[in-house]
Each structure stands twice: as structure tokens, then as C-alpha cells.
Design a protein around this ligand. Structure first.
Ligand code: FAD
Length: 484
């Protein structure tokens, strides 16, 4: 099968039987029709339809190297600068569809799998079969256009000790035995966003937490179908309350579920394993293969789309109530503009300075992207803060769609008009601002951006450790020594 359309995505989901617990209910099928998931699933289906839309298909797909059928551009192994630009254009097309609010669209992990598969020889160093596994798995996901999510982090029981020391090492997902055909995994991981409706779950090492030799049973990378026997999700309550797009413009479209993942003796066939009992391989997994670079390229493109949307929202909101001329408001608008231009510059520099990696994959320059992924979790926090500050009481003077047609309609029309908008237009705009800065959906977005790549505090430590400070320290040393 080539790149899927929305119907094909939904048909496959209809066949799946993931075990999902949500708000006291156990769901084992019919995810696409469940009130907690149906709207965001429909949004995902629309992304797949875009792959067949004449307006997007030349950007979103390219000919499969094995069948020549169109497959997703995010699977493309880039060889030229044009390939990288096409990949970025494809990321942007999908990100614009959700204004960057969806973090687990398929292109994110497709990019990672592409880089991992291209680095087949790196996996083969320990065992040639592992190299074959990763290549074949990537080809399967590409040709079947499967939607993957991932889970990387051990349960948050006691962060003062490693996973191997929590409740005698039993909490975190670990290999309890190997048999003739694979490994058996028991324990938990958090979280898997979109787990309930993804096709596949990638159980990968953390991008941040380093494995030690004692972590062998926890040191693996594998993939399972999201309805593998023994795999269970505990999803958080939905933030899509089934209200109209007018009332909850973002939550009613883009609430990606987050779920704790339980492995109740899940059997993983060897052909789906990429790393087994190998802490060193886990530590090199993303960097030696450049997977993190290609994943971050997608993320920075997505966050650019999101920042564009926030800027547009701030512009309309300030215009609506006539505050755009006040200097401190302009200072806030300037902050969003600067963030946007910084992100765009990072992406541009990353592509301009791209170079082939050890496996012949043209890979964007890492330093601009790494700066972006360390900055954005912090910068994003300012956006809801700015929207709340500028929207003020307007974010609570918020009648619903029903009120606009109710007995208060006349009062609303008079008293909730704005400098540039009729009352219904103003209410619609402010409801969007509320959903971007003050609703439960907005709170989850801020949390998501903060922790997207892991704990920013520990990311900063890793960031400094990988950066070559010596040339700059040398300059200062020379200056202190009195050299010209
Ligand atoms: C909305 C959302 C969606 C997510 N989706 C996914 C997903 O799809 N897949 C996935 O794999 N993960 C996902 N995650 C998890 C994400 O990767 C983690 O939130 C992130 O790695 C931080 O880990 P933690 O949440 O366990 O925080 P913790 O590690 O428990 O940190 C909590 C606090 O304690 C501090 N702290 C803890 N340990 C240390 C230490 N050793 N040194 C210094 N400070 C420390 C941290 O700085 C932080 O302030 C998601 C998270 C959120 C919030």
C-alpha cells in the first residue's frame, strides 16, 4: 500500500483492538468513534487525505524506492539540499493544518526511522540481524504508511534513584526473559501521546537519560503494534469536551491523548527488536544515527507553524480591542516576532549547513537545531502568558455559541462588540485566544512544549557538555594574556 488517505487510516484503526482505560471505562475497539478520541482522529484522517490532494501531494509524497508508488516525503532519505527543502515543506504543510498544535503527526517519527534505517550498519555492529530488523521495519512503516508513537521515560515513582532501584527494579518496563523467538517485557513507561490511535508503538531509549551497565534489562529498542497482547494504555481524561468548534476551537480538534503504557508480559518477536540489553547502543541511538537531528528538523518546522499562529492571534486580538499602539503591548508582539524569526533562521541555517553523515544521509546542521530545541520549551511559555496579559478580562467575558442565539443575544451584540469586530466575531476570536492560553487544552500544550524533548534542566546540562567551549575560552585566555 502507498501513502494512505484518511479512509484507509480509519479502516485500519477500525481493525485494531488496543486496550485503553479512560475515565473508568475500558475501550478495546471503536477508538475512532469514541467521544474522547473521535475529533482528533478525524483531524489525523484529514492529514492523510492531504497526501492525495492535488494541492499537496507533490510535497507530501515521493515515489517509493521499492515500488515507485507515492509514499510519505518524511520517509525520504535526503541526498541533496532540494531533498531537505522538500522534507521541510512537507513538515510545514502538515504542521500548518493543525497550526503546530499536533505533536505526534507521523512525520516526526518517520524522520527518526528514516535515519535509524539508513544507519543500519551501526546497528549491525553488535548483531547483523539488528541492522536488518531496523531497515525492514522502516520499509514496512513506509510502505504501509503506519502511524507511530513512542514511549521513552520510566514511571515517575522516585527520580532520586535509577529505574533498576525502584521497587526492586519492577516498575519500569524491562526484559524479563528471552525465548527462541523474541523478548518478553514487563513494567511501565510514560507517556505515549496518541498511543490509543497510533498503529505502532516504538519503545525506544530516552533521548536524555543515560543508561549504565546495571540498566541492561531496561536497555532496548523495539516496536510493537498498539494492540499487541498484554499492552495496555491508561489515557488521561480528554480535554475535548464534545463542544462545538466555536466554543472550543482548539480542544475540539487537536487534543492528542496522552497515555501511560503498561507491558503485561508483552512478547516482542526478534524481528521487531533493534537493540537488546545494550546500554551503550541506547546511549548512542539518536546521536550516532542522526535520528535526533531529523526528528528535530520536523519539530522546529512544527514550532515555527505554531509561532506563526500565535503571532497572528496576538495581532488580531490587539487590533480588536485597540491596544496595539501601547508601547508595552508592542514589546510583547515584538517578543513573538523575534521568536518566530529566530526559529526560521535556525531552520534555514540547519539546511544551508547540512552535510552527509557517516551513512551518506544529508543531515541538517545540528547546532542551530539543538539551540532551537533547547530554547523553544522556555520561549513557548511566554505565549500563553502574553495572550493572558493582553486578553485580560476579555478571556472570561466569554459567552458560548448558544448564548449568541439565546435571550442575551441583544446585550452581547451591544456590549461585547470591539473596536473592529461585531460581538459574534469578537467572541469567536477571544474563545480561540482562551483555548490557546487559559483552557485545560492550553495548559496541556504549555506542558507538552516544555517537556517535549525531555527535562529542559537536564537538557541544558547535555547541551553544554556537547558544545565546544574551548575556542571561546581560548580567545578570552589570549586577551587576558595581553595578546592583540
Ligand atoms: C503532555 C506530555 C506528553 C508527553 N508525551 C510523551 C510521548 O509521547 N512519549 C514519551 O516518551 N514521553 C512523553 N512525555 C514525557 C516526557 O518525555 C517527560 O515529561 C520528560 O522526559 C520529563 O520527564 P518526567 O515527566 O518524568 O519528569 P521528571 O524527570 O520526573 O522531572 C520532574 C521534575 O524533577 C526534576 N528532576 C527530576 N530528576 C532530576 C534530576 N536527576 N536532576 C535534576 N532535576 C531532576 C526535573 O527538573 C523536573 O522539574 C510527555 C510529557 C507530557 C507532559
Amino acid at each position: 500500500m502507498a501513502a494512505r488517505n484518511g479512509r484507509q487510516f480509519l479502516d485500519r484503526l477500525a481493525q485494531a483492538r488496543p486496550h485503553v482505560d479512560i475515565m473508568g471505562e475500558t475501550v478495546t475497539g471503536g477508538i475512532a468513534g469514541h467521544p474522547a478520541f473521535r475529533n482528533v482522529v478525524a483531524t489525523y484522517a484529514a492529514l492523510y487525505d492531504m497526501q492525495h490532494d492535488p494541492a499537496y501531494r507533490d510535497v507530501l509524497t515521493y515515489p517509493s524506492p521499492t515500488t515507485s508508488e507515492p509514499v510519505g516525503t518524511s520517509f525520504m532519505v535526503p541526498q541533496t539540499a532540494d531533498d531537505l527543502r522538500l522534507r521541510q515543506a512537507a513538515f510545514k504543510a502538515w504542521a500548518d493544518r493543525s497550526h503546530g498544535m499536533l505533536g505526534r503527526t507521523g512525520d516526526y517519527l518517520n524522520s527518526g526511522l528514516m535515519a535509524l534505517a539508513a544507519a543500519q550498519d551501526w546497528f549491525a555492529q553488535t548483531d547483523p540481524a539488528l541492522g536488518v530488523n531496523v531497515k525492514r521495519y522502516y520499509e514496512k512503516v513506509r510502505e504501509e504508511d503506519l502511524l507511530c508513537t513512542h514511549t521513552l521515560v520510566p514511571p515517575q515513582a522516585n527520580r532520586a534513584v535509577p529505574a533498576s532501584q525502584q521497587v526492586a527494579g519492577t516498575l519500569s518496563a524491562h526484559v524479563i526473559r528471552e525465548d527462541d523467538s523474541g523478548i518478553v517485557v514487563r513494567g511501565a513507561r510514560l507517556l505515549a501521546t496518541i498511543g490509543p490511535f497510533a498503529d505502532e508503538l516504538l519503545v525506544f531509549p530516552s533521548t536524555l537519560l543515560r543508561n549504565t551497565p546495571e540498566d541492561k534489562p531496561y536497555a532496548f529498542a523495539f516496536a510493537v503494534p498498539n494492540d499487541a497482547p498484554g499492552l495496555r494504555y491508561i489515557a488521561r481524561e480528554t480535554l475535548d469536551y464534545g463542544r462545538s468548534h466555536f466554543d472550543h476551537p482548539l480542544g475540539s480538534r487537536f487534543d492528542e491523548p496522552d497515555a501511560v503504557v503498561i507491558f503485561d508480559d508483552v512478547h516482542v518477536p526478534y524481528e521487531r527488536c533493534f537493540v537488546i540489553a545494550d546500554p551503550e547502543a541506547c546511549n548512542g541511538f539518536y546521536t550516532a544515527t542522526s535520528a535526533v537531528v531529523h526528528m528535530t528538523h520536523q519539530v522546529v518546522t512544527r514550532t515555527t507553524a505554531k509561532t506563526e499562529f500565535i503571532l497572528g492571534l496576538v495581532a488580531l486580538l490587539t487590533e480588536a480591542v485597540g491596544i496595539g499602539g501601547f508601547p508595552h503591548v508592542q514589546g510583547d508582539i515584538a517578543e513573538v516576532i523575534m521568536t518566530l524569526e529566530t526559529l526560521k533562521a535556525f531552520s534555514r541555517a540547519a539546511v544551508a549547513d547540512a552535510a552527509p553523515n557517516d551513512f551518506g544521509v544529508l543531515t541538517p546542521a545540528w547546532q542551530p537545531l539543538n539551540a532551537a530545541r533547547n530554547l523553544y520549551p522556555r520561549l513557548y511559555q511566554r505565549f500563553p502568558e502574553i495572550l493572558r496579559k493582553l486578553g485580560a478580562s476579555g478571556l472570561m467575558a466569554l459567552p458560548t455559541e448558544a448564548d449568541l442565539a439565546g435571550s442575551a443575544a441583544g446585550d452581547i451584540a451591544t456590549y461585547l462588540q470591539s473596536a473592529t469586530l461585531t460581538a459574534p466575531e469578537r467572541v469567536r476570536l477571544f474563545r480561540l485566544a482562551w483555548d490557546a492560553c487559559a483552557s485545560a487544552f492550553a495548559g496541556r500544550q504549555a506542558l507538552y512544549e516544555y517537556y517535549f524533548f525531555g527535562d529542559p534542566v537536564r537538557m541544558a546540562g547535555a547541551y553544554v557538555a556537547q558544545y565546544d567551549l574551548a575556542p571561546y575560552a581560548g580567545q578570552v585566555r589570549s586577551f587576558l594574556a595581553g595578546e592583540p
